[in-house]
Design a protein around this ligand. Sequence first.
Ligand SMILES: Nc1nc2c(ncn2[C@@H]2O[C@H](COP(=O)(O)OP(=O)(O)OP(=O)(O)O)[C@@H](O)[C@H]2O)c(=O)[nH]1
Ligand SMILES: [Mg+2]
Length: 395
Amino acid sequence: MLDKKKSIQEEKAILVGLVHQSQTEEQVIEYLEELAFLAETAGAKAVKRFAQKLPHPDSRTFVGKGKLEEIKRYVEGKDIQVAIFDDELSGSQISNIEKILDIKVIDRSDLILDIFARRAKSAQAKTQVELAQYQYLLPRLKGMWSHLERLGGGIGTRGPGETEIETDRRIVKDKINLLRKRLAEIDKQAFIQRKDRGEFIRVALVGYTNVGKSTIMNLLSKSEVFAENKLFATLDTTTRKVVFESTPFLLSDTVGFIRKLPHHLVESFKSTLDEVRESDILLHVVDISHPNYEEQIGVVNKTLQDINAFEKPTITIFNKMDLYEQNTFDPWLEEGVRNEILNDLKERWEEETHGNCVFVAAIEKRNIELLRTSILSKVREMYRIRYPYKSEFFY
Ligand SMILES: Nc1nc2c(ncn2[C@@H]2O[C@H](COP(=O)(O)OP(=O)(O)OP(=O)(O)O)[C@@H](O)[C@H]2O)c(=O)[nH]1
Ligand SMILES: [Mg+2]
């Protein structure tokens, strides 16, 4: 029962989102675009999107009955295996919707957990994801049972009684406890390792997923960190010692953030995010070519607050300037007008970040020297503050 197959690799999917009152239609289009990208990262193909304006989700079926009928009419007779909802669903909502649509139903959290599970490489990441998966499952067990009951529902088959559900709950709870203990052990080891790193200033790359953190890590540290155009390419933190003009420091590449990151996932990734929490300087990478980049900045800041890593000295790196220019400017636009638009943008963010920002195109290595200079001056400033009497040892 606990092996309910969730993988959606090579399946065709429809996407469903709700438009709340406070959201604009453009935002919801962008959200579903992101959900489609998540589905693609998990190996599925989104063939159709449905959105409904509702003040509150329907407690039984999430979207309204009429909308669900519309979706059912679309799905019927087509080669579609899964419906993906953009918000977290309860166990009973999942089974109610599955009853009506007669295809598999998963939600955004499920999808993100599935991607994380497939990408996890280290024992730490694997344990963290597994823990989050069981925590997500626990409150949904009952709904899933009633779903199974229906599937096996011929005459004479008896549905599960409370005992079976209770047995399952106990199995899941035991598993959660076991994983927690295992994680605590791994965390202890990681903590000891981090302590071994001495007195170096620590710098962490943070940001929304797919903004170019690993690409920048590679440029700055000449390492080969896995970077690709998929969400959550990086799950494990990579730390390298870097030396700029004889000043050494530690640079870490970390897991990307996303809106509505499942709560349990943030919880169990806390130890991976220790690297961020314990760092001295943050490099907040932003994909300025993304239509929702300002909202993404907000999501990252909120997540940093959640893990108690806010209000650290930060350099905001506006990346993908090449794509931004390509998307914003018509080829015939005069050079003067272009520069004016670019200057306005830069001035606005210079003001907002108190001068702590750099505009780069990592893919073209544009402005990387300037970025190095900004990082170096921040790192040296931190050494001076941290070790007023011996900071000269570090450069
Ligand atoms: N056009 C353009 N693409 C870029 C730039 N920098 C990175 N990319 C591309 O953006 C995609 C994501 O890059 P990554 O470095 O993997 O991004 P990340 O932030 O580490 O992503 P996650 O680890 O998945 O959170 C890759 O396809 C990169 O080649 C840039 O300056 N311009
Ligand atoms: Mg990465």
